[in-house]
Design a protein around this ligand. Structure first.
Ligand code: CMP
Length: 144
């Protein structure tokens, strides 16, 4: 079993696409282990994305990530990290495969609807950024 941190970004929350994004992950068989809506301030967004701090898009991107609510969740399943990344599609929606979340819903490389951890190391940093151990609820999910 593997866990990954997923965020529905402020662009998709504003466009009422939260349900559609979560539906795709649930339909693919991933288990929602924790979930909440949060409003990141600029410093929260900078801390979460600190690995990108030297990138030219960092200021604009962290401003966008603090422009409205984000829905954060922990998804769990075998190879959850790579499966979520497949379902999301490439970072740039123009390069994402048809049928992926970003190809279908995203408007730009910056406002690309969804984030998912890119490695087990990233997930280890990102999951506790949002969730305490108390919020990661164990339960049995019914089969699809
Ligand atoms: P995400 O998977 O959340 O990780 C870092 C984010 O930075 C990425 O998705 C994009 O939303 C954003 N990003 C990556 N490249 C660019 C770029 N060239 N211009 C603007 N934003 C970018």
């Amino acid at each position: 079993m593997e866990r990954t941190l997923v965020m529905v970004k402020p662009d998709a929350v504003r466009r009422k696409q939260v349900g559609e994004v979560i539906r795709r992950f649930e339909t693919a068989g991933l288990t929602i282990r924790a979930l909440k809506m949060v409003c990141l301030d600029r410093r929260d967004a900078e801390g979460f994305y600190q690995v990108h701090r030297e990138r030219p898009f960092f200021a604009s991107f962290t401003q966008f990530m603090s422009s409205g609510p984000t829905v954060a969740m922990v998804l769990e399943g075998p190879e959850a990290i790579s499966r979520v990344r497949q379902l999301m599609g490439a970072t740039d929606p123009a390069r994402a495969e048809p049928g992926t979340i970003r190809r279908d819903l995203a408007t730009s490389i910056e406002q690309n609807v969804v984030h998912g951890s890119d490695s087990p190391e990233s997930a280890t940093y990102e999951i506790p950024y949002f969730f305490s151990a108390l919020e990661l609820c164990p339960y049995e999910r019914e089969p699809n």
